[in-house]
Design a protein around this ligand. Structure first.
Ligand SMILES: Nc1nc2c(ncn2[C@@H]2O[C@H](COP(=O)(O)OP(=O)(O)OP(=O)(O)O)[C@@H](O)[C@H]2O)c(=O)[nH]1
Ligand SMILES: [Mg+2]
Length: 194
């Protein structure tokens, strides 16, 4: 995708009504600090348009990034932030559930997973949630620059097994820092847009 124009069009808070958009949406879900905002920046070919957290749990809103007026990349707030209060966690769950159930334009949900670690219980819950909502799971493993070459295939296998992914389910190892496999992620986005 040649990026001609990006803009943060909509910021939806925990209690706000979610917008009905007229462009396809691809959402990114994952634990706090996994690298969602960084991946969005890499996809948009911008250094720091989406806010990257120094401290986890920064993105507490659903942010809609308009790409070339043809697509929204939707940055969902991170889950699994242990320091968040029970109330915040509940609000998070309700907001994301509302989004997954309610968005008429949602085409795919990308599940981001740190490439160094096997999926956690909350990752697996999110994975099941996405599948049950009728979406094909697409797993994006992040921060692959932190892995030794030898561990790439090994960790891919562990992630696949832990989620119970089917052989034709997509898993892409990425590094937003090194811009690795970002084009592959774009190919998946483009394949689900129509
Ligand atoms: N080495 C490396 N670090 C990364 C990569 N992607 C993200 N990070 C770092 O991981 C931290 C979290 O990144 P974010 O993109 O803010 O993560 P997030 O998932 O948006 O976090 P929340 O908004 O809190 O849910 C930051 O310090 C990033 O610089 C990557 O590909 N490689
Ligand atoms: Mg973020």
């Amino acid at each position: 995708m040649v990026i001609k124009k990006v803009s943060l069009d909509i910021v939806a808070g925990v209690t706000s009504k979610l917008p009905e958009t007229d462009m396809p949406e691809v959402a990114l879900a994952g634990r706090s600090n996994v690298g969602k905002s960084s991946l969005i920046n890499a996809l948009m070919n911008r250094k720091a348009y989406a806010r990257v957290s120094a401290s986890p749990g920064k993105t507490q809103t659903i942010n809609y990034y308009n790409i070339n007026d043809i697509l929204y990349l939707v940055d969902l707030p991170g889950y699994g932030y242990t320091k968040a209060s029970v109330k915040v966690k509940e609000q998070w769950g309700r907001m994301v559930e509302r989004y997954l159930k309610g968005s008429g334009s949602l085409k795919a949900v990308f599940l981001l997973n740190d490439s160094r670690h096997p999926p956690t219980a909350s990752d697996r819950q999110m994975f099941d949630w996405v599948c049950r909502s009728g979406y094909r799971p697409v797993v994006i493993a992040t921060k692959s620059d932190k892995l030794k070459k030898n561990d790439i295939e090994k960790n891919k296998k562990i992630i696949r097994q832990t989620y119970g992914m089917k052989p034709d389910d997509v898993l892409i190892m990425t590094s937003s820092l090194k811009k690795e496999n970002i084009e592959e992620v774009w190919q998946v986005i483009e394949s689900v847009m129509t």
